[in-house]
Structures are given as structure tokens and as C-alpha cells.
Design a protein. Structure first.
Length: 427
């Protein structure tokens, strides 16, 4: 379902990396002998997840969905980006669905929070609050505010049916609070870190409430798991991608990778990818800075920089989708004042695909910017599950190639400590 095309990348895997090194790291991942191996629960998750819990989630999600018109998903980082990535990629602007999903707790903006609380005054809303640690400040504040509002609007008893928490099985303030107040909880497994957790209740439960077919997402992930588990060397496409970006970074001197999609509805997917790669690899003074662009949108802003700005700093990784969720025809117009009739023999997706060809040529051959092309078969639920698993395996390989632990994020604590000190948080 994903092919890595290195035709435009100026990388020769056979010459620039030893297949033996890839095989060694693959064995380290599979045998769980590398640094951070306690957090490899995602590796077998598509076959190991608890179907009983998933059936219970389906039931609760159905009940909640029947009661609300708006779902507030509270969470930050790995506790929200994957859900929103799937929601936007799969549902997008599909307002025919009965539940609108709004995200909170990923910001401390007072303006956003105030606007949200006002917007919810006339809504029948429910809350899914997600936090692995159960102690993160942003979702904590958002939950305190919105829980209060929900209780005021619908009463204490109703709150027990309108609020669900996804958190650690035993520890953290959120778990204590949910148990004390009688809110339903679902579990984030101990051995799966936040940014690897979208296929656990973290992403799956809110997506169920949103009406997304999560069985298909998990089918896609299982497909990826099965296929990639058989390929221990550079025949594995996730490893090809990891190796190519590693070579561009460490041997050709590139410092940044921009993930580019021509699908507007993959914008949040690129945000999810940024956390996955940024937190997994940005350690010990190493790794590429992960950034992203949406084309053709950003060709009209950053396109100039990409074409002619500083060279040898950034390369692009382009997602090319073969089959979109839907396609549109450009209509014929008898007057043709806008002079677009020449496009009416093509669909919008065909035009978008031709744009990719033109841009690749401009950026690679004229602009001398390497491009890795990721060929995605389609853009549906199955594909979402597949690509999540695929990128997770790729980042594990990629971080181990850099000799960093893919599964911790010690640097994130530095700002938090400062902030808590300044805020006078009790020890
Ligand atoms: O799920 P939580 O414990 O609330 O954490 C949410 C996020 O915040 C932290 O600061 C971490 O750096 C992220 O990896 C994590 O995804």
C-alpha cells in the first residue's frame, strides 16, 4: 500500500548503507533488545489488542453518539494529533455526519477557550478526555473548565454518561478523578508511548464516537504489520524510507525534511508525523528537523523558497495518493471567459497528479532539492491504519540508525520544569 520511490532523491541505498546494519536494527526491534524496548507494545498491537475492550468501547461510543451533537476531544501531543489526523483525513468536511468533533486541551489560548465555551452553550456535547500521564497541564485545565460547563448545562448524573476518560490503567490524576466521579475509563497500555498510541483507545474511541469505521483502520494496521514483519532488510519499504532520510541527513548534510501532501485533508497527518519524528529523533544534537507543507497551497507561499532559497538544508518527502476518497470533474462552460475549458477532459485529481509531476521536475531538476516520493495506494480508513503502523516502524529504524532512543522525550520536560517553577506549582 506504500511504495518508496527514490528516483528523485539522489540516494543510492545499495551503495550508501549496509543492508547488514538494517538487519541488525530490525533484529533489535523484533527481539526488543534496543534502548527503550519497554515501549514496543505498538509493534504487535494490531493483533494483540483486547477485542473485549474494543467491543465495550463500541457500545459506549454508540450510546454517547446517540446523546450528543458535538464531541469535545481533550488532549495534547500524542493524545490528540493522531485522532485529529484520522478525523480530518477520513471525515474532513463531511458535515452530513451527526457528530461534530472539536478539539480542546491542545492550547492554553484564552481566546480559543473562551470562544469554545461560548459555542458550546447551545450544544448537546460530550467529552472524551485523553491523557496517558493524566497530569498534563493543558488538557487538565481544559477538562476542568468544560467538565464544569457540562455539569452546569446537563447536571451531575448526565455527566456520568457524557464524559469518558482514556488514560493509564492505574496512575495519574485523571484516573483518580474519573474513578471518584464515576466516569467510564479506557486504558492506554503501559508499553505504548503517547505518539505511538493512535491505534489504541486514545484514537480509536473518539473516532468511534465520530462515526469512523475503526475496524477498517485496524485491518489496515494489521496488513502493514503482517507485511513488514516478513521483511527484515532493505526490501522493507518503511526501512527504505528510514535509510534514505538517514543518508540524506548524515551523509549528504541535509538538516530538514518537509513532508509534503497534495491533499489538504492530510494537513493534520503531517502534524502527527512531526511529533512522531521530532520527539523520537531530536536528541543528542542529532536528527532532521521535521516540517511540512501542503501543496499546491504552499507553492503559492513557500514555493519560492523551496525553488530558490538556501540549498542543501531541506529535502522533501512527497506523499502521492493514487486513489483519492472522491474525485471531481471540471465542468464545461459555454462562454469560457475563465479560459479553463481545456481542463474539462480531466478530473481534479488528474490535474493534481499532473501538478505533482511538474513540481517534482521543478524542485528536483531545476531547484536541486532531493525528493523522496511515498506512493500511497489510496486515502481511506484502511490506508490510515496502514500508514500509521508504517511510519511507526520507520521512525524506530530511523532513530536507531542515529543511535538514539526512539521512545523517550526527556527534552520536553525542560520547559515544563521552568513553567511550573514560575507558576509556583506545589512540589
Ligand atoms: O498524554 P499526555 O500524558 O497528556 O501527554 C501528552 C503529550 O505531552 C508530553 O509533553 C509529551 O512530550 C508528549 O509525548 C505527549 O504526547
Amino acid at each position: 500500500m506504500i511504495k518508496v520511490n527514490l528516483e528523485y532523491a539522489s540516494v543510492d541505498l545499495a551503495k550508501e548503507i549496509k543492508d547488514g546494519d538494517i538487519q541488525k536494527i530490525d533484529a533489535m526491534i523484533r527481539n526488543k533488545t534496543g534502548e527503550g524496548a519497554d515501549f514496543l507494545g505498538w509493534l504487535d498491537w494490531p493483533k494483540n489488542y483486547d477485542t473485549k475492550e474494543f467491543n465495550a468501547m463500541k457500545k459506549v461510543a454508540k450510546q454517547l453518539r446517540a446523546k450528543i451533537d458535538t464531541l469535545i476531544v481533550i488532549g495534547i501531543g500524542g493524545s490528540y494529533l493522531g485522532t485529529r489526523a484520522a478525523d480530518e483525513m477520513l471525515r474532513g468536511l463531511n458535515h452530513t455526519d451527526k457528530v461534530e468533533v472539536i478539539y480542546a486541551g491542545h492550547t492554553m489560548s484564552s481566546t480559543y477557550t473562551d470562544q469554545l465555551t461560548k459555542y458550546l452553550k447551545n450544544k448537546k456535547f460530550g467529552i472524551v478526555v485523553v491523557s496517558k500521564s493524566g497530569t498534563t497541564t493543558e488538557p487538565g485545565i481544559a477538562f476542568r473548565l468544560l467538565e464544569n460547563q457540562l455539569i452546569q448545562q446537563f447536571g451531575l448524573e448526565a455527566a456520568k454518561e457524557l464524559i469518558v476518560a482514556v488514560t493509564d490503567k492505574a496512575k495519574g490524576a485523571l484516573k483518580t478523578l474519573a474513578d471518584q466521579k464515576g466516569y467510564q475509563t479506557f486504558v492506554i497500555p503501559d508499553d505504548i508511548g503517547g505518539r505511538f498510541s493512535v491505534l489504541t483507545p486514545v484514537g480509536i474511541f473518539p473516532l468511534m464516537v465520530a462515526g469512523v469505521n475503526t475496524d477498517k483502520i485496524l485491518d489496515g494496521a494489521k496488513k502493514a504489520m503482517k507485511k513488514l514483519a516478513k521483511q527484515h532488510d532493505l526490501s522493507n519499504s518503511a526501512y527504505q524510507y528510514a535509510a534514505a532520510r538517514y543518508i540524506l541527513n548524515t551523509k549528504h548534510g541535509y538538516k530538514m525534511e518537509a513532508l509534503v501532501s497534495y491533499e489538504l485533508q492530510m494537513q493534520l497527518l503531517t502534524e502527527w508525523w512531526k511529533q512522531l519524528f521530532g520527539e523520537s529523533e531530536g536528541k543528542n544534537g542529532k536528527s532532521l528537523f521535521p516540517t511540512s507543507m501542503i501543496f499546491s497551497t504552499d507553492l503559492h507561499s513557500l514555493g519560492q523558497w523551496v525553488q530558490e532559497g538556501t540549498r542543501k538544508v531541506m529535502f522533501e518527502t512527497v506523499i502521492r495518493v493514487a486513489k483519492p476518497l472522491a474525485d471531481v470533474k471540471v465542468p464545461k462552460d459555454k462562454d469560457n471567459f475563465d479560459e479553463l475549458n481545456y481542463l474539462t477532459t480531466k478530473t481534479l485529481h488528474e490535474i493534481n497528479s499532473i501538478a505533482i509531476e511538474g513540481v517534482l521536475d521543478a524542485h528536483v531538476n531545476v531547484g536541486k532539492m532531493p525528493n523522496i516520493v511515498l506512493e500511497f495506494e489510496k486515502m481511506n480508513e484502511e490506508m490510515f491504519g496502514y500508514l500509521v503502523y508504517w511510519f511507526e516502524l520507520a521512525v524506530a529504524m530511523s532513530a536507531y540508525l542515529l543511535e538514539v532512543n526512539p521512545f523517550n522525550q526527556p527534552g520536553v520536560e525542560v520547559y515544563k520544569k521552568n513553567m511550573f517553577k514560575l507558576l509556583g506549582k506545589p512540589e
